[in-house]
Design a protein around this ligand. Sequence first.
Ligand code: GRF
Length: 213
Amino acid sequence: MSEPLPIAVLVSGTGTNLQALLDTVHGREAEIVAVASSTAEAPALARAESRGVPCAVFARAHYPDREARDRALGEWLDERAARLVVLAGYMELLTPQFLARFPGAVINVHPSLLPAFPGLGAIEQALAYGVKVFGVTVHFVDEGVDSGPVILQRALELPHAREREEVLRALRPLEHGLLTEAVRLYARGALRADPANPRRTIIDVPAQRGGDG
Ligand code: GRF
């Protein structure tokens, strides 16, 4: 098997997606070489620390502007040699300069079937709209809000859902499954843009071995 891909994970909160990555891909297809948080309060930090993963906080308030924060963040991730940046509940927008540093190598998990309900409060937006099918999207990050090319999506019918908590609880396993799968595919080099439509991400499936010999 090839060397694990060095990845960074950016967090702001609880860190259940980070935990899923630590539990399933870390030390296998990928090596989490850095966890950066937008806040020192994020419980996600303790999850990384307990596994010995280097952590740092890049709080917006500690820098004159977002550009300066993202420069410091980008430099730290470069020092750690991260080749993929995974946003796992990261609640800040990244600057175009940061994205240019990691071209095609920043991915995000979002709790809706994009392009429905981008941005903050996706589950609340979906409940307010009255949808009966919820879902999760993992996508490449571009300069817009949750607008980059889709990598993986999964839908979940919850026709009677009323509360954010019950939707969140139901979507969590889908998020964890899809995000870890996307990281595995990326690490394997299995993701590429469709030349006919760069919005479309093609997933290369390994050739099946013949069954007759
Ligand atoms: C998830 O719902 C994710 O989709 C969204 O932020 C939440 C993060 O949860 N982008 P956690 O911190 O990974 O538990």
